[in-house]
Design a binder for this molecule. Structure first.
Ligand code: FMN
Length: 198
């Protein structure tokens, strides 16, 4: 374990590749504003790949089969990640269909990696978070215990229209990323050294 792996300031260490997946595809969406906040919190210590689902064309669902489908345009980027942050709004007490499609279109790319979840909505999006956890478990993705729901984030924009919540939410996100880093370390090691029981 390197010295950088021993830091505990909420920032993943250098070399951890984190895919931040921004799920909303609506026009005039909050998603990119929240994703920017998450990317800023990850800082330069992580190797961040921001995947905006509005820019992500997946093949037609008629081609889907159990365990994924023909290779998508973002498969290599998901595969390269050591950890995921899902940034997602709550729609009708669940997560957006765009995110379910992304999940279903991939399989091995997700396996035995950790994820944390940043949800937002009128009340914070915790109903969507709990639904996503069950789906990720099926793919052997470990979700952090700490996740974060952002209630009415549109009320916390600063003059530059950036998301600027109170310290409590900033500390909450730092805690999620701290756990994510721990799991990323542990699972990267385990993927290399321990065969997974089939
Ligand atoms: C189809 C739809 C369903 C929604 N359902 C919920 C909901 O169940 N709970 C909630 O807190 N907010 C709900 N909202 C409000 C969204 O959280 C809010 O519009 C948010 O800005 C959506 O994120 P986006 O702008 O990044 O797409 C819903 C919005 C839409 C468009």
């Amino acid at each position: 374990m390197t010295a950088s792996h021993e830091q505990h300031d909420g920032t993943p260490p250098s070399g951890v590749r984190v895919a931040v997946i921004s799920a909303s595809v609506r026009k005039d969406r909050m998603g990119p504003t929240i994703a920017d906040w998450v990317v800023a919190a990850l800082g330069s210590a992580a190797d961040v790949d921001l995947i905006d689902l509005a820019d992500t064309l997946l093949p037609d669902d008629s081609l889907l089969y159990p365990g994924g489908g023909p290779k998508s345009a973002v498969a290599d980027r998901i595969d390269a990640a050591d950890a995921f942050v899902f940034v997602m709004p709550e729609y009708n007490h669940s997560y957006p269909a765009s995110l379910k499609r992304l999940i279903d279109w991939h399989y091995a790319e997700w396996r035995l990696k950790p994820a944390t979840i940043v949800a937002y909505g009128v009340h914070g999006g915790y109903a969507a978070i709990e639904q996503l956890r069950g789906v990720l478990a099926e793919l052997n993705v470990v979700t952090t215990r700490r996740v974060i729901g952002l209630p009415a984030p549109w009320d916390c924009l600063n003059d530059q229209q950036r998301y600027a919540p109170d310290d409590r939410l900033c500390r909450g996100l730092a805690g999620c990323l701290d756990e994510l880093r721990w799991w990323a370390d542990v699972l990267a090691d385990a993927r290399r050294t321990r065969p997974f029981p089939t």
